[in-house]
Design a protein around this ligand. Sequence first.
Ligand code: RNT
Ligand code: ZN
Length: 420
Amino acid sequence: MKYSDRYSYAKEQYSRFGVDVDKAIQTLKGISVSLHCWQGDDVRGFDTDPNKPLTGGIQTTGNYPGRASNPDELMQDLDEVLKLIPGKPKMNLHASYAIFEDGSWADRDKLEPRHFKKWVDFCKERKLGCDFNPTFFSHDKCDPLTLASPNEDTRRFWIDHGKACIRISSYLADELGEKCVMNIWTGDGLKDVPGDRIGPRVRYKESIDEILSEEYDFKKVKPCIESKVFGIGVEAYTVGSAEFALSYAAFNKDKCIPLMDNGHYHPTEVVSDKIPALLAFFDEIALHVTRPIRWDSDHVVLFDDETREIAREIVRCGLERVNIALDYFDASINRISAWVTGYRNVQKALLFALLQPEAELKRLQDEQNFTKLMALQEQLKVLPFGDVWNEYLRVCEKPADDEWFTEVERYEREVLSKRG
Ligand code: RNT
Ligand code: ZN
């Protein structure tokens, strides 16, 4: 069957359920999804010794060759990724990716917008917005706590880092003309049974208060508070737990928004269900989309049930209310492929969600016709989705699923395998 015939057939199938396929494709083209720079170099960054251990309870595993080890390599890899992903990507940087030109190194409490000038140029040339993250890990000043530290000197250093990052986020938003989502996450916690649980939390709260006292326009800079259940080495106690982070965001709605990472909950909890729970109270939220296997393992995002369900809730609750970012790091496979696979799968999940006859499903639920609700949802799963996905890629002028991998193989041969 000819390609265009396949698409016409798919369109017809979806229209039987009242779904406008062309409209879904147009909508998807405009949904911004943040591409995390840290997949390219195993979260090492450029501001300190790249061989130091990754701290904060997160971990990359694997030693696949070709890791980017300087700004030029990382940007070159990002360009390769940008060639292969459809949609509207936005960059997502960590403060540790500051670029120091002419030996002008600055510690994290002293970072300035100019240290991100090269990234701004990179984004401008590619018409990308940019999100940002203070980096509260992999640094000598983690004692090992940061914003929750009982040591005033440590805490001050990290507050100053947070404030510097607000200024950098404002700069990114102004320069690029798109809002900058700035996520506050620390790995602060304890390995074993605490002697004091409230002290660190009060200090953490006061530290965030101070960071957010830095001036910024909340329409342009969106500070987020990311919660977590536990990390490696901090199994017994996490300062920024779910209740802490949510309460902070709820009590400071005019200054920040909550961020949920779907690797940061107990394994039977699902973020898809938490999205509408939060959106009953918050105007806006942010997400880190990842894939946890038994723990916050940050595997590459797949086109799986929960990713689809997360996408469906984003679409149902309002695309403009959810800031979507990727957050995973796999060092055991080709890193370009990891980036591309995850990004394309989030796009796929969003397309799948946009192709659901949501009004009809809602009506069946409200009429308590649960029998048909189940039957219909099962029917929808096997509609010719792949043909719509192919059409989307064609419209975006991006390689089909059976084309992009050959390009990644070429890049590995010609570029990655030559890196020292
Ligand atoms: C860690 C958090 C955090 C980091 C990134 C690098 O568990 O998910 O968001 O992954 O900031
Ligand atoms: Zn995260």
